[in-house]
Design a protein around this ligand. Structure first.
Ligand code: GLN
Length: 542
């Protein structure tokens, strides 16, 4: 069977959830036993989102192969339970970089290098590369931005050409907004008509409209959209606001999005999607038996997207425990020794987030001291682990002003230090220790019990690490380096034995948590938060 290409474009506004619609359609196709992958094309000039401020673009997601990518790839992996790679996220910057490198090498044999055909050919090449070894029946390509943006013009042109070349093997879904005007009491189709017109001006007729809306679309509105946007009546799909992104595949199934797609591509539709496990997950998500409050301490807390994978991993781990996790975002700059008790005493667990730069570090350290001394479950991720090491050095080992050389290059006790290989690197983009590395876990530890394995692979994104010079000191006082990278002898996991749950990891477990496979560290951390809450209640009643 030849690979089918599906494009998802966006109309009217951004933030309509193209990533979730793409992931939901992919889930439905996958659950009919087809192989599918999703790709995101981002029209900005950065080579990748690795250098982008989380305020600007949300979390930077890291794949096994060490690519720094758009956070939508996280949704793709969480929905499909399949790893993505660099090929799944391409930016305009990368496209131009490749074309300019080819030009410098002389590959164009003296031609004038132009947006059409050279940039559009490179875009098409990057799309088709995923389908090249027949690994996938379907490639879903999400085009970032909104139709009409100057930046996305070459992408839409590439889509037009692919539609022309591939005929039935290519299809365009346009995700658009149907706003509700309160004063008129009506849903309005005009913005969608205009947005489809903008696509038509570029030579692309969308095959399917997915209409994001806060109210249901009635029959006459669907008829109107079909008529004015030139699509079949069955191709007008409603996408109503939903309380959970995990509900969207079910909504799309009810609207028959997958069936319409398959029919339009002349594919068999007789095998309905098998979504039993997904539905079980949703049932549990909607009917939690317990509830815990966990504090997420970071410095980008105003924007939930900055910690997307962590917040999603808490949803997966919560469902595994039949528990709703109420995540309280706490700004690390707001914490100090005088208010730490008031701010944290009601929490059942404390997570200190990854991050860069000195802002808010002391608040994170105060929070960790509080969690350690009061035996509140504590989970430190990357910078969170590094802060736990600094706190322990200062307050247990007595190393006054111990620090990471990231924040105090002159510290007398550099318990966290720049990695050897990082000293040589110049420039910021793609130069950290990135992607999946092995980690060996000592068998008599909590981490081993949690993973049920002595060898794991987790993804990294950092420049600094535990300074092995201090290893014995920490171990003697019960902070155990229990996970080690066997090749470079780097500390990847620390834990405190005499604490109900105090674990820090140098890697990012949140990137690997999916609906089908919640991450064991999150599952176990939530479990210990539940225990902590029960003990608290017990102590109160005694
Ligand atoms: N800034 C720290 C480092 O580079 C931690 C990075 C992170 O939390 N991802 O090592």
């Amino acid at each position: 069977m030849s690979t089918k290409y599906i494009f998802v474009t966006g109309g009217v506004t951004s933030s309509l959830g193209k990533g979730i619609i793409s992931a939901s359609l992919a889930k439905l196709i996958q659950s009919r036993n087809y192989s599918v992958t999703i790709q995101k094309l981002d029209p900005y000039i950065n080579i990748d989102p690795g250098t982008l401020n989380p305020y600007e673009h949300g979390e930077c997601y890291v794949t096994d192969d060490g690519s720094e990518t758009d956070l939508d790839l996280g949704h793709y992996e969480r929905f499909l339970n399949m790893p993505t790679s660099q090929a799944n996220n391409i930016t305009t910057g990368r496209i131009y970089l490749n074309v300019i490198e080819k030009e410098r090498r002389g590959d164009y044999l003296g031609e004038t290098v132009q947006v059409i055909p050279h940039i559009t050919d490179e875009i098409k090449y990057r799309i088709k590369i995923l389908g090249s070894d027949n690994k996938y029946d379907f490639i879903i390509t999400e085009i970032g931005g909104t139709v009409g943006d100057i930046e996305s013009l070459p992408y839409i042109e590439a889509v037009r050409q692919m539609k022309w070349e591939l005929g039935k093997n290519c299809l365009v879904i346009h995700l658009t907004l149907i706003p509700y005007l309160k004063a008129a009491g009506e849903l309005k189709t005009k913005p969608t008509q205009h947005s489809v017109k903008a696509l038509l001006e570029l030579g692309v007729q969308p095959d399917i409209l997915v209409c994001r809306s806060e109210k249901h679309l009635n029959d006459s509105l669907r008829d109107k959209l079909a008529l004015f946007c030139n699509v079949d009546r069955e191709s007008v799909i409603e996408s109503i606001d939903s309380e959970s992104i995990y509900n969207v595949p079910i909504l799309m199934k009810e609207e028959k999005l997958d069936e319409v797609v398959l029919r339009k591509m002349n594919m068999d539709t007789s095998n309905p999607p098998q979504l039993q496990l997904w539905e079980e997950f949703l049932q549990k998500l909607k009917n939690p038996q317990k509830e815990v409050t966990i504090g997420l301490i970071g410095k980008y807390v105003e924007l939930k997207d900055s910690y997307k994978s962590i917040t999603e991993a808490f949803i997966h781990g919560g469902v595994a425990n039949d528990c709703k996790v109420d995540l309280k975002m706490i700004h690390s700059e707001s914490i100090n020794p005088n208010n730490v008790d008031e701010k944290l005493s009601k929490l059942h667990g404390i997570l200190v987030a990854p991050g860069f730069g000195p802002r808010g570090i002391e608040g994170k350290i105060d929070a960790i001291k509080y969690a350690r001394e009061n035996k509140i479950p504590f989970f430190g991720i990357c910078l969170g682990m590094q802060c736990a090491v600094i706190e322990f050095a200062r307050n247990v080992l007595g190393y006054k002003n111990a620090h990471s050389t990231e924040f105090d290059p002159e510290t007398a006790y550099p318990v966290i230090d720049i990695m050897e290989e990082q000293k040589k690197t110049a420039g910021l983009g793609g130069t950290m220790r990135l992607g999946a590395y092995p980690c060996e876990i000592k068998t008599d530890t909590k981490a081993y019990k949690i993973y049920g394995s002595d060898l794991i692979y987790e993804r990294h994104r950092h420049r600094y690490e535990f300074n092995n010079k201090y290893l014995n000191e920490f171990e003697k006082k019960d902070m155990i380096p229990c996970g080690i990278n066997p090749v470079e002898n780097l500390v990847e996991i620390i834990e405190i034995t005499e604490h109900p749950w105090f674990i820090g990891v140098q890697f990012h477990p949140e990137y690997k948590s999916t609906v089908a496979k919640p991450h064991p560290l999150f599952v176990s951390f939530i479990k210990s938060a539940i225990n902590h809450k029960e003990n608290q209640l017990c102590n109160k009643t005694l």
